[in-house]
Design a protein around this ligand. Structure first.
Ligand code: GDP
Length: 294
């Protein structure tokens, strides 16, 4: 992830640092290169344009040309803007009781794996999580969650195979939860290949009933701009509170990570970086900006 972007930016900034005296046209060239690099990384067009405009504004305002190390200063402005684009400060989970977390997303995004990873994280932090499987279309997803729960020692509620009503299942799951020591419940919901009416209606009903503190969209970063438009759809449907980006360990260009916050206004709270259950990390915009700038 980000390797092409990091390479292009490295080249641009090396050029900038290399010139003895920076002129306005050097800056214009660098900004053009940055914009191209962002677009090549699959960053949404409007986001890239606005980002470059911000960097330019800051660079002019900071009187970069008169500074002792203009190249360094531009890199710093770029870094800070990048961290801002990625969301500024890390946004922690809201775990105020009853601490219900609803995970939603498309099939294959990594929802069930992420449910296991999140439960594992919370357990390691000393909490008592429970997992609830509410994907009533794919018995395999229910089995998958049960297996993950066993691996990490977290109880899992699994509905009967004949169940079709998500609210009924959620009600029974909450009754079951009362019999278990817990202080946070993670609900894994059904996905589809694409956002469709039925999925949205079902999710709305479930959301309304569960009243979660956190509604997190699990989005596959490898799907680039599609992930961003999926996030917009889910947000319009149920109002998401944040995003978990998966597969950041892959070789996707990074556009989803970079556009997500700007387009949806919602924070990326965690990043999945592998298939193992301990490979879910808090998303820190600053650290991610460091990583992109190498
Ligand atoms: P769901 O359909 O959304 O529940 O998706 P799954 O949890 O079944 O995950 C789909 C596939 O993506 C599985 O093979 C997971 O192991 C894999 N996966 C999930 N998260 C990550 C991640 O962060 N990195 C990588 N490389 N693979 C992941």
């Amino acid at each position: 992830m980000f390797s092409n972007l990091a390479d292009s930016l490295d080249k641009t900034f090396r050029n900038l640092r290399g010139v003895g005296k920076i002129s306005e046209s050097n800056i214009t060239d660098a900004l053009r290169d940055i914009r191209l690099a962002l677009l090549e990384a699959d960053v949404e067009f409007g986001v890239a344009k606005e980002f470059v405009a911000h960097v330019k504004e800051k660079a002019v305002g900071a009187d970069v040309l008169k500074s002792i190390k203009p190249g360094e200063q531009i890199v710093k402005i770029f870094h800070d803007e990048l961290a801002e684009l990625l969301g500024g400060d890390q946004v922690p989970l809201d775990l105020t009781p009853p601490a219900r977390i609803l995970l939603c997303g498309l099939n294959g995004a990594g929802k069930t794996t992420t449910a296991g990873k999140l439960a594992n994280r919370l357990k390691k932090e000393g909490r008592k999580p429970l997992l609830v499987a509410i994907d009533l279309y794919r018995p395999a997803a229910i089995d998958q969650l049960a297996v993950l729960g066993k691996q990490i020692g977290v109880p899992v509620y699994t509905p009967e195979a004949s169940e079709t009503d998500v609210v009924k299942v959620a009600r029974e799951a909450l009754a079951w939860a009362e019999t278990q020591p817990h202080n946070v419940i993670i609900f894994d919901t059904a996905g589809r290949q694409e956002v469709d009416e039925r999925l949205v209606e079902e999710l709305k009903r479930l959301h309304q009933f569960v009243q979660p503190q956190e509604t997190l969209l699990v989005a596959d970063s490898a799907t680039g701009q599609q992930a961003v438009s999926v996030a917009k759809h889910f947000d319009e449907a149920v109002g998401i509170s944040g995003i978990i980006l998966t597969k950041l360990d892959g070789d996707a260009r990074g556009g989803a990570a970079l556009s997500m916050r700007a387009v949806t206004g919602k924070p990326i709270k965690f990043a999945g970086e592998g298939e193992k259950l301990d490979q879910l990390f808090e998303f820190h915009p600053n650290r991610m900006a460091d990583r992109i700038l190498g």
